[in-house]
Design a protein around this ligand. Structure first.
Ligand code: AHR
Length: 641
């Protein structure tokens, strides 16, 4: 038996507590959230950026069928210097052969195949130039060899690159189609930026996001989105830091970038698209830029001691004479987001279709960087410059890398000394750590630097997330809500993982081209996101047992959401037995209050279950003093109307 008794006191907590952290890891962007269906559309895959694929390079995912097409990669007079490679097809054989022979085709295999839905429109686009007028067929062919969509276009004879576009509608659902470009004349044909995009993207945005996956993220009701990393933000070398300017503008002018997680970023999903997504789901954008130092964590931790990593970090910073330019890039980013359309960078935002500002309020500087003198020198200058130019922007620093044995002392010392607005803490820990460290933030200074719990998750080594991890997180979040006056934001990591391309486990949501599988932990985050509050109502939790370990497995948090007026009670039972919870909220209701309508959601299961049962019903409570049975291994959310 346990009880939760309201004292009548309350405090303001952050309304931004629940958010998401999107990083391009596990094929989360290209082949994932970004809706492009053609892989390597720009022929810019770079040899060596994916250590384990021998055939990785500009031809990756492309091949020719038949013997009439010679396929080579050329760099003469490209579309744009940032996109130097393109496909050159030398189409041979008589015209009659080509017209009759559909067997000769230039084929893209997509990201593990191209998945299309019957009746939905898809937009094919490409840039092309040809030595001769070149009629061609654009087709989607199923893995059974059936043509399920096709259209015709003619590339004119031209020395200059021209745009071509065609809408095709598959007459069949297919999980594993290929895109075929079938030239119907001989000649030399140059192709680049070959794209097939669903027109039904999330919110119908051109160059937008895969609708079902984006909706799954929106369903978490995130109050902010951190992007683009993680380690992707600071990169695995100075030339690999995520330069935001290379991720905006016309697609062919963006700078492709090797991904530190071992693949390629077209950056079709770039800063503009991130900002747009945030706006579309009503979340605050939280971009993270490198603190002018790259990732030291890409070094093998078993080989490199703490000191060696520190030393590497010491060597790894951007030369100081380049720092002013780098800082200007960050100020330009703020102008891109918030400046008037008449400003230099605001004009680029307007040109991309968004004249209104994106209203950026937060910026992350650094990610898990070693707090070395090299880091400090650079971070301090960047932080000071951003605060000077934009006191209205909240700067989020870092307290250092997370790995076993690392502590955040030096990072916190720096944060206090520099009066950093907020710092980003990361921890990937076992469920027991979360259960027994619920007092982690209780003694944090309320008046100084705030906390962003930017990356966290319960990990069971070698095992997927299950009810045990999900409930440990639900329990820990009761303590995060209690400390919502110092912990301002939190986000589970990593967010997305594509089947067969997963570098990091566990993740919140698994997916392939057709299917999305949110985990148990997703349900925890969704329930907290849907039931966030802006006031913490002070309550005392009493668990009737002398066993401290059992005590720690019961959690409660009561918040109020002023917008709806609802009081939300969260109750976690990580014990193997049912527990009766007596809830006394009389202090928050007028005397004599009777009959309170509530909506109850219960997530439950056995600890090893990888799927949660989540059930919702309506409950009329007789008064603000009521008893609630908590099923073994369950998380109950009661929303009192
Ligand atoms: O979330 C995966 C990685 O974990 C992030 O890129 C990095 O910040 C952390 O080490």
């Amino acid at each position: 038996k346990a009880s939760v008794t309201a004292s009548g006191d309350s405090k303001e907590i952050s309304p931004l507590l629940m958010g998401i952290f999107f990083e391009d890891i596990n094929y989360a962007a290209d082949g994932g959230l970004y809706a492009e269906l053609v892989q390597n559309r720009d022929f810019e895959y770079a040899p060596g950026e994916n250590g384990h694929e021998k055939n990785w390079g500009p031809k990756y995912a492309w091949n020719v069928e038949g013997d009439k097409i010679d396929f080579s990669i050329s760099t003469d007079e490209p579309l744009h210097p940032n996109n130097p490679h393109y496909a050159r097809l030398d189409v041979k054989g008589g015209i009659a052969t080509m017209i009759n022979n559909g067997g000769n085709a230039f084929v893209n295999s997509g990201f593990d195949g191209i998945t299309v839905k019957r009746g939905e429109p898809y937009r094919f686009r490409m840039k092309a130039r040809s030595s001769k007028k070149m009629p061609m067929e654009i087709a989607l062919v199923s893995d059974h060899g059936r043509k399920i969509a096709s259209g015709k276009l003619t590339v004119k004879q031209s020395k200059d690159w021209q745009d071509y576009e065609l809408i095709i509608n598959p007459d069949e659902h297919c999980a594993n189609a290929t895109l075929r470009i079938v030239p119907k004349n001989t000649g030399v044909l140059d192709l680049d930026m070959v794209s097939l995009f669903p027109m039904n993207t999330f919110k119908g945005r051109e160059n937008g996001l895969r609708a079902d996956l984006a909706q799954t993220l929106a369903d978490l009701k995130p109050r902010f989105v951190r992007f683009p990393g993680g380690c992707v933000a600071h990169g695995n070398g100075l030339d690999n830091m995520y330069d935001w300017k290379g991720s905006i503008g016309k697609l062919e002018e963006r700078k492709p970038l090797s991904n530190l997680w071992g693949y390629h970023q077209t950056r079709g999903l770039g800063y503009h698209e991130y900002f747009q997504f945030c706006e579309d789901i009503g979340a605050e954008p939280l971009p993270v830029v490198a603190a002018a130092v790259p990732c030291q964590n890409s070094w093998n931790k078993s080989q490199y001691s703490h000191d060696a990593i520190t030393e590497h970090g010491q060597q790894g910073g951007l030369p100081m004479d380049m720092l002013d330019g780098y800082i200007q890039d960050i100020l330009d980013l703020i102008e891109y987001a918030n400046g008037p359309a008449s400003s230099e960078w605001g004009a680029k935002r307007a040109a991309a279709g968004h004249p209104e500002p994106f209203n950026l309020k937060y910026i992350g500087i650094g990610n898990e960087d070693m707090i070395t003198s090299v880091f400090k020198e650079r971070f301090n200058k960047i932080n000071a410059a951003v605060k000077k130019a934009h006191p209205e922007i909240t700067v989020i620093g870092t307290v250092g890398p997370f790995y076993e044995g690392a502590d955040y002392e030096e990072g916190w010392r720096l944060a206090r000394e520099q009066k950093v607005d907020m710092v980003d803490e990361h921890y990937y820990v076992d469920p027991a750590w979360l259960i027994y460290n619920q007092d982690y933030y209780d003694d944090y200074d309320r008046n100084g630097t705030k906390v962003y719990l930017g990356e966290w998750a319960a990990h069971l080594p070698g095992r997927p997330s299950n009810m045990e991890t999900a409930l440990a997180e639900a329990l820990y979040l009761t303590s995060v809500e209690r400390n919502g006056d110092v912990v301002t934001m939190s986000s589970y990591a990593p967010l997305l993982a594509k089947d067969n391309h997963t570098q990091w486990k566990p993740d919140l949501i698994y997916f392939n081209n057709s299917e999305i599988r949110p985990t148990t932990d997703y349900e925890t985050m969704r329930l907290y996101g849907e039931n966030a509050g802006n006031k913490y109502l002070d309550t005392k939790l009493n668990v009737e047992t002398d066993n401290d370990k059992a005590k720690a497995r019961i959690g409660a948090s009561v918040v109020k959401d002023d917008a709806s007026g609802d009081i939300i009670v969260k109750l976690v039972n990580m014990l193997p037995v049912e527990t009766t919870m007596v809830v006394d909220l009389k202090k928050f209701y007028p005397e004599g209050q009777k009959e309170i309508n509530s909506v109850r959601t219960v997530m439950s299961g056995k600890p090893a279950d990888e799927k949660a049962s989540v059930k919702t019903d309506r409950v009329t409570l007789a008064s603000p003093f009521f008893t609630m049975p908590l099923a073994p291994y369950s998380f109950t959310v009661l929303r009192l109307k």
